[in-house]
Design a protein around this ligand. Sequence first.
Ligand code: BJW
Length: 244
Amino acid sequence: MYQHIVVLTGAGISAESGLRTFRDQDGLWEEHHIEDVATPEGYERDVDLVERFYNSRWEQLHCGNVMPNAAHLALARLEAEFPGQLLIVTQNIDNLHERAGSRRLLHMHGELSKGRCPRSRQTFILREPFGPNNCCTCCIPAQRLRPHVVWFGEMPLGMDRIHEALDHCDLFIAIGTSGTVYPAAGFVDSVNHHGAQTVEVNLLVPDRHSQFQYHLTGRAGEVVPKLVDAILAGHVIGSDLAAL
Ligand code: BJW
């Protein structure tokens, strides 16, 4: 039985809930230039454009049709029933893990449902879309809230807690991430160094450079519930994996 599990999730886990990934066909980066909407320089250049990008995603998340899927629910069940330590580190800014019931959760790239004061860094739950009148209540004059997200060149959140968990884990699972964005892409390397098991769940067959020891190819919504069942039944990931 494992004692410390870290799960890293990416956009692929929310794809079956109807949220677009970034780099797949029809992904968000097909319609938007990264440097325009996902850098502090892009925000400085054109605040309105960046706000439209996040407002449309915020509206989609709050319109009522987007629900946690079987993979989110399975991870919440793992947290509820696993007797050891579990931390979910998500690169996603949606709130589907918490809506599924996960509590031991860290949003390393921020949260779509929050805005942040650019001066004090205080965060505020977003009750209306971003715009010139959506301002902080901590400063005089009030500051226009910026998205509480981590753009390229900015420091991801919670890195001390993440490294602490990675250093102690005996199982690391990455679900629905392309492994192209650092520092998250480097987690598998650091975990491999201290001998933990590493498992990747992805729709695509891994390439030969993959650093994961085990691969489960398929939709997260189908694969993750089976993986969770196996962990809770006390199986050690290995040759049994093919039977999932
Ligand atoms: C399914 C599925 C299904 C589909 N079931 N699977 C050169 C070398 C190394 C590093 C760097 C470098 N130059 C710059 C850097 C650092 C840079 C970086 O990594 N750049 C790379 C492009 C090379 N990183 C940073 O800047 C980070 N900060 C940092 O490093 O700080 C330290 C520092 C600070 C200051 C100075 C110097 C150093 C910050 C990165 C911030 C990333 N932000 C974004 C936007 C967040 C807000 C938002 O959502 O809009 O985060 S970019 C975007 O990519 C988003 C995601 O979280 C992130 C990762 O994407 P993800 O989740 O992997 O999605 P996809 O679409 O790529 O993949 C989806 C996968 O799912 C695919 O594999 C599918 O097959 C799969 N899938 N459906 C299972 N149903």
